[in-house]
Write a protein of this length. Sequence first.
Length: 293
Amino acid sequence: MEKETKQSIERVAKQIAAQYENNDLLCGREGLRLPDRNVVIGILKDLRRLMFPGYFSDVDMKNGLPEYFVGDNLIKIGAALTKQVEKALAYCKKEVGCAEQISREFIEALPRLQGLLLKDVQAGFDGDPAAKSKEGVIFSYPGLYAVYVYRLAHELYIREVPFIPRIMTEYAHSRTGIDINSGARIGEYFFIDHGTGVVIGETTDIGDHVKLYQGVTLGALSTRKGQELRDKKRHPTIEDNVTIYANSTILGGETVIGHDSVISGNAFIVESVPAGTKVSVKNPELKMSTKKN
């Protein structure tokens, strides 16, 4: 048995090694390395402590020197991000020299992103009667966490950084069940209630004061064109002050949900909806019968 096992391992090892030689995708590009996923996740955690220090850091901002705390952390975060951006650019054979500038622009965007996140916190508190405090929204709501990661990832996406934005949003997806592509454009005061199963595609446009419930999909119409549709508008536009209830699906790049509309649960929409419209789904007939003894 021991001899047979050894022969089996040798045979499989030879087959897998041959696959390495015949398929470059398995081994990556020679001499190049992809960004380190653990480092990217670490950057997200460090930024979370920076953006919301009262919840994810043990530093007392009231009695300390916040500028030193922020400055020291920004130096650390900036250096780590620059290194990962360099790896991502090099792997895709892009100009590596702009990595430091990208990181600097990202850092400079943080005050604006923090302001947007505070509005998202307010949206979560205002929009959920079960919210006991804004602190609770920050500390425990998965929707806010997914939006937090999205807003950071989007800043790198619009600067055409490969890999890293997707690493970030897929990490949030794995933690929350909320899949927001970093390419989506989302306005202020955005709230995802409950969150599980929400999907927001890459070319989705979402206005201000929009609220989504669990299971909502803002997706693309399925076609066989695949990569031919890259960089084309494939996902819907949701205008300001729209509420979309649970398990509704809205598909297509030409589909626009007009401002101040309400989409009921379980709707399936592939064409535009005028502003101020309430879309409802007719309930199926409910039948009950008494079990006979």
